[in-house]
Design a protein around this ligand. Sequence first.
Ligand code: AMP
Length: 389
Amino acid sequence: MSKLTIHNLDLKNKRVFMRVDFNVPLAPGDQEITSDKRIRASLPSINYALEHGAALILASHLGRPKGKPNPEMSLKPVARRLEQLLGRPVKMAPDCIGPQVEAMKPATGEVLLLENLRFHPEEEKNDPAFAKQLASLCDLYVNDAFGSAHRAHASTVGMVAFVPKAAAGLLMEQELKYLTMVTKNPAHPCVAILGGAKVSDKIEVIFNLSKIVDKLLVGGAMAYTFLKAQGRPVGKSLLEDDKLDLARQLLTSTQDKLMLPVDHVVASEVKQGAANQVVEAIPDGMMGVDIGTKTVEQYSKVIAGAKTIIWNGPMGVFEKLPFDKGTVAIAKAVAQSGAVSVVGGGDSEKAIKAAGVAEKISHISTGGGATLEFLAGIELVGVAILPDK
Ligand code: AMP
């Protein structure tokens, strides 16, 4: 990677401020962490820093507290889980700046977790005075929060100007390595699989990837906007009527690269276990809820021949069984392809796990919005600000 990484820093006896992504889901009421995936993803950088003699300050946001302290979005449960995962104490700060936090600065080998950065409105406003206060806590800055790297906030961008040295963490390095590998000079055939609810969320991604890939396989509800734009029957499928012109433009500009479903699982309602059938033309009053068997076959054939695969978004309403079948079949096809594969987006990741093929995927990205921005060809602000090697 062209950016300085934690490997390039002398961490010994240095106070290291590490921006991590601990934005974990908490159960309402008892604040139990329902998935500690993001905490685990930060462990390589945390352990590396501790093994190399750092005094570690960890900082993250959690949820959307809108600039006000909110006990329901406290990082305290994360401190407890991190203690278990690290097998060493993690001190919890009552805030992320101020005299109390300064008094708690860790010594070498100690870990201090700051309270939710977004309890202060200055974080999301990228306020320079706030950024300076965060920076005053440390000697070195490491950004390992790939999932927040598309946001120009004080902890991801602003404070870099005020720290003596900044670098990327190991998760950040890993994410950038794989996303760069599949988008800059990928091995061909290169195939993108795009699904999910809306074309409008992925316009830039479709446009940018169509310049890179050989085939773009479209599934999910966004396929119906394209099909309607081609004048095909879509019944009452979810679609974006105001994006039909745009869909026509994308169909023209992507030429024969873009493939659409040739058959569909339809139901009269989106409900777990709803009666369904596979059709080629969607009848009035029915909605497409998954890609059909012929489409799975066609797409799987393209996937089997790929050397590089980029996947974002489910092929159907995969949360409601049995409408997960198309997405799970695509997950298996990706796993069997032997291609370098990068999967982004929580839903595609769930499908990969449901199919039991996670270990066959080269990289499962932890970023949602950040991954989409990267795939859209946009330079991530939190990466751009980090110094080159
Ligand atoms: P996204 O966040 O854009 O990746 O969209 C994911 C959502 O798209 C999931 O909640 C899916 O249930 C939904 N989705 C996928 N296919 C369909 C479909 N055919 N009809 C309605 N929703 C869908």
